[in-house]
Design a protein around this ligand. Structure first.
Ligand SMILES: NC(=O)c1ccc[n+]([C@@H]2O[C@H](COP(=O)([O-])OP(=O)(O)OC[C@H]3O[C@@H](n4cnc5c(N)ncnc54)[C@H](OP(=O)(O)O)[C@@H]3O)[C@@H](O)[C@H]2O)c1
Length: 289
């Protein structure tokens, strides 16, 4: 049963050893219109979901300038401003949006800087808690892109720097330019390509934020390959998928996305589940795509 502060049961992680976040966070992509484009049909409902996440103790909210674009950040401000002191809004820049479902990387320094300024304004904050490079633009040297984020950090406009969709070599190159406090890559029980990166970030004390933690729903719901185990435990399949992530690495910070309060409640309640060794062994064999 979810109640106030349930998310705290997932434990805390400190970005750079300083900024505390609940290990179970929330991702805002599902709050926009279809294909990550425009406003949802019912923006009030999206705002209720955001407020509920905070009520449940979630204090890591993942978003991006490109969700909507602008929509997710606007909804966060409208729903949650003035922000609780401990709220960590993690936004991103580095994608342009020519249309629904279309994401084109642009890592030019002027663009990243402009987008940081726009996110500061939209979120109505003086400093962005965690600013993530959404994609490394292959046309711009990685060092230039990370260097721009480092400049923004030195100017006090962003507190922590994160990367998204990088490999270990790229992360190491970035670490020569700036302190990297989080990495956000595709990772879930059914897609473990990033396993070596998960291990690397855990050893380095870097937060690992798995996107598509529920495999966009394939691991949740009745058709999930986790249904049998979930039924035995009288929990939801999504909770098994999230509990597995939380146990996979001490620096794992899942950000399940949902547009539904009941799914949010269900997902946050995964904080309270502890899987046994034999369950973990069974789960290691699951593949969904
Ligand atoms: N860095 C990147 O490149 C990148 C890429 C993609 C996403 N992200 C971030 O990662 C977050 C998570 O990814 P995601 O939202 O795309 O995928 P996800 O969390 O793997 O899955 C979301 C999907 O699962 C459904 N769902 C959620 N909880 C459920 C439950 N308890 N029971 C049944 N269905 C459930 C949602 O539908 P309902 O709305 O109906 O609940 C939605 O369709 C995003 O919100 C975004 O913040 C980052």
């Amino acid at each position: 049963m979810t109640s106030k502060n349930t998310a705290r049961e997932s434990g805390q992680f400190h970005l750079a050893g300083t900024t505390a976040v609940t290990r179970l966070g929330y991702g805002t992509l599902q709050l926009t219109g279809p294909g990550g484009w425009g406003y949802p049909k019912d923006p009030d409902k999206s705002m209720r979901v955001l407020r509920r996440a905070v009520d449940l103790g979630v204090n890591l909210i993942d978003t991006a300038d490109s969700y909507g674009p602008e929509v997710a950040e606007n909804l966060i401000r409208e729903a949650l401003y003035p922000y609780a002191e401990n709220l960590v809004i993690a936004t991103k820049a580095g994608f342009t949006r020519p249309g629904p479902k279309r994401w084109v990387p642009v890592g030019l320094p002027e663009y990243l800087r402009q987008q940081a300024e726009m996110s500061l304004r939209r979120l109505n904050v003086d400093c962005i808690s965690l600013f993530q490079l959404h994609r490394v633009d292959p046309r711009v040297p990685l060092e230039v892109q990370v260097g721009t984020l480092k400049e923004l950090q030195d100017e006090g406009k962003i507190r922590h720097i994160g990367l998204s969709e990088v490999d270990i070599q790229q992360l190491k190159r970035a670490q020569r330019i700036a302190r990297i406090d989080s990495v956000q890559n595709l990772y879930n029980l059914g897609n473990r390509v990033a396993d070596p990166l998960v291990d690397y970030t855990e050893r380095a004390g870097i937060g690992f934020i798995p996107w598509h933690p529920l495999a966009t729903g394939a691991l949740a719901g009745h058709d999930s390959p986790l249904s049998a185990m979930a039924k035995k435990r009288n929990v939801a399949p999504s909770q098994i998928a999230l509990a597995w992530l939380l146990q996979r690495s001490s620096t794992m910070l899942p950000i399940p996305g949902t547009s539904s309060i009941s799914h949010l409640d269900e997902n946050v309640a995964a904080s309270e589940i502890s899987l046994t060794n034999s369950e973990l062994q069974i789960l290691n064999g699951v593949r969904v795509y």
